[in-house]
Design a protein around this ligand. Sequence first.
Ligand code: SF4
Length: 445
Amino acid sequence: MSKKYCLITYGCQMNKSDSERIATVLEDTGYKKASEVKEADLLVINMCSVRQSAVDRVYGKILKAKNKKTKILLTGCILKSDFKKFKENADYILPIKTLPYWKEVLKKEKYIYYPNQRNEKFNKRFDVKYFHIPPKIENKFSVFVPISTGCNNFCSYCVVPFTRGPLICRRAKDILREVGLAVKNGAKEVWLLGQNVNDYQNKIKNQNAKCKITNQNAKIITFPKLLRMINEIPGKFWVRFTSPHPKNFSDELIDVMATCEKITPYLNLPVQSGDDEILKRMNRNYTVLEYKNLVKKIRDKIPKVCLSTDVIVGFPGERKKHFENTVKLFKEIKYDMAYIAKYSPRPQTTAFKLKDDVSQKEKEKRYKILSKILKEMTLEKNKKYLRKAVEVLVQEKKNSFYLGKTKTYKSVKFKVPLKKSNLVGQFVKVKIIDVDSFGLKGVLV
Ligand code: SF4
């Protein structure tokens, strides 16, 4: 009888995308998917270390599964400081970059991949080889395509440069092949993923050049160029990307978004704070004025754009006057959505050395203030859609309703019409008849 695996994924879309490749390897190794943890011979946890709460949840899962003689494999974003505790309880700890070798490694009873100097070299040697593994795509109409992994920015609160390492970009031709294949197989929405997507670069050697390769005779494919190439792929589909860094947002990228019809007018542009002093301490490398100028340029060129952001409240040293600047920026920019996080100190980061001096109560208060402003802003923004017909990509059916997204990434809910075949994964037109802060409601046109 074949062995069974259960795969639990925490964290961002990049982890979800990696899990699709993990599933391919496990099934090639002979494992079948278990319907629940207690059935599994192998429990794979693809971890996230961005918040301590996610790490704590993994401890809980391990302790529960341990009694059931299930082998435990940990991968994903694991900090060195957690490694010691995990290695006592896990059977395998394997960085995602070792995925091409899991088939071999899983023949062993136990394998802990130590994050030491020797292994770091080993990691570099294998860089993005694991991207060559085809993903086992669950949702065929909305697919994730990673274009890079890692990050060189070292924002002072962020663990990514430590858990995923430096930025490594995939070859453009591999990305184009993967997008093309997904579209052929029915993808209607393609998410390009990277920790800092607009830092993407792929250097192509000029085959005809006789002399030694130099920067002059190598062609560089930047992120805007990659988007243009993806836009040329035949078929009707939408392209989204996450996450760009404001400091790398070029005029060329704005032009591409304004002129390529498949690139959606939705942008998550993380601001993190509305105060220059805090931004400096976060090592974000832009000022509030530069951010505001960028937003203006984007809105001038792409009037329909919907803008979301990420913001952290309660960063070390964030006094009331700093927070008030974030409130001011929020009111000025009027976002369509914001992902608000309460600062959580993470080991290894620069900010970890700073005193976490904003109380939990104050963080909670600041979170609530921004959430309230956001709710009012989004209601106003959503009202603009009233009585308009919008194109929607239907994503799921829930009881008697369909849920989907507009090209601008607004959530839309509409009633399941009688005598209609399943609309999930299709583009439809919906007339908006009602809105609230969270989305739009309508009827099928
Ligand atoms: S840009 Fe900053 S926040 Fe984003 S992954 Fe890199 S270090 Fe982390």
